[in-house]
Ligand binder design. Structure first.
Ligand code: KG4
Ligand code: ZN
Length: 346
């Protein structure tokens, strides 16, 4: 089964062709993030305008790279939400028009389910791997941070979620405080490369508490005051940037790994851990999760392009949904900026 995926929920425009939910034939991504490097975050209207500009060129490039005839495509999957409404609408309205023109079914896919499907993706020419349920998925992005117990692609229980900022947001806001460009994840990780991650102390949120939720806003506030105190005591930002970045990155990673560790203790049936979403691109995080998971394997998407927003994960998610629930389950759907985090919203 060949699915065309479309993802336009934020500042990336992406189209992909995926065979049987796993084999990526093409995955083209245009990003408008450079526009927002100095604004500290995405400007929704600008992002939507860029989606309009990029949609057709990205679609054409995706079809050309996949090298399959349009007739071979069985269905089109598009992100229905959550995300920025303007950006989402460019994708869903254009895709519905495409579906009517090409006479293909159009399936609306939950963005989070897309991320949760990204660990199955095999890049062009590579073999997909078999993945066993039940598994624990940690989905950490700019807009969400949640822990899922997954018994199948559609049977998922939300174990915990963030009560304030998302992990990616903690990177983005922290980077902005330190004068580093947006998106903050990659720039902060780079600044942290030669830093000492024990140089500054940050609190561990919810230490010892048995629930599996997250909170990142306290870490960001703590960074703000640590920076203020250091500057007031006469230190220069350039001299402490690496140590401060490394310590702050480690504080985010410790919180994520602490909740993962607690989930594993509460659910001994879990056979593997998956880390997905933009923050899963972080190599320090991957290493720490592997260290703390012990004998339980920790899997991350195979390429960085499958960690951050991409259309291959949307096509992959659609395939597994159709396998478990049938195509007709997705006849009617709406574009929604705020979709609940629950398997009922898949
Ligand atoms: O999944 P994604 O592309 O978009 C959302 O759905 O939000 O995630 C984007 C987030 C941003 O907050 C970005 O700073 C973060 O992922 N990110 C990273 C890294 N690369 C991207 N965070 C930490 N380390 C990275 N290497
Ligand atoms: Zn995302």
């Amino acid at each position: 089964m060949y699915l065309l995926g479309i993802e336009t929920s934020c500042d990336e425009t992406s189209a992909a062709i995926v065979q049987d939910g796993r084999r990526v034939l093409s995955n083209v991504i245009a990003s408008s993030r450079d526009l927002f490097a100095t604004s500290g975050g995405v400007i929704p209207e600008e992002a939507a305008r860029k989606q309009v500009e990029c949609f057709l060129p990205v679609l054409h490039a995706c079809l050309e790279q996949a090298g399959i005839a349009r007739d071979a495509i069985d269905a089109i999957a598009v992100t229905k939400g959550p995300g920025l409404l303007g950006s989402l609408l460019v994708g869903t309205v254009s895709t519905r028009a495409l579906g009517a023109l090409w006479r293909k079914p159009v399936l609306g896919i939950h963005h989070t389910l897309g991320h949760l499907s990204s660990a199955w993706l095999a890049p062009p020419g590579e073999e997909p791997e078999t993945i066993d349920f039940p598994l624990l998925a940690l989905s950490a992005s700019g807009g969400h941070t949640d822990l899922w117990l997954r018994e199948s692609h559609t049977r998922c229980t939300l174990l915990g979620k963030t009560r304030d900022d998302a992990a990616g947001e903690a990177f983005d806001k922290g980077a902005s405080l330190l004068g580093l460009p947006y998106p903050g994840g990659p720039s902060l990780a780079k600044a942290a490369e030669d830093g000492d991650e024990t140089a500054f102390d940050f609190p561990l949120p919810f230490q010892g508490e048995p629930h599996l939720d997250f909170s990142f806003s306290g870490l960001k506030t703590s960074l703000k005051y640590t920076l203020r105190d250091a500057l007031e005591s006469g230190q220069r930002l350039a001299d402490i940037l690496a140590d401060l970045s490394a310590s702050y990155q480690m504080a985010i990673c410790r919180h994520l790994s602490d909740r993962m560790h607690r989930s594993l203790a509460q659910h001994p049936e879990i056979r593997e851990v998956q880390i997905v979403g933009g923050v899963s691109a972080n190599t320090r995080l991957r290493a720490l999760l592997r260290e703390r998971a012990g004998t339980i394997p920790v899997r991350a998407p195979r390429t960085i392009a499958y960690c951050t927003d991409n259309a291959a994960m949307i096509a992959g998610a659609a395939y597994f949904l159709v396998q478990e629930r049938g195509m007709s389950a997705y006849d009617t759907w709406e574009t929604e900026a705020s979709l609940p985090l629950s398997a009922e919203a898949w």
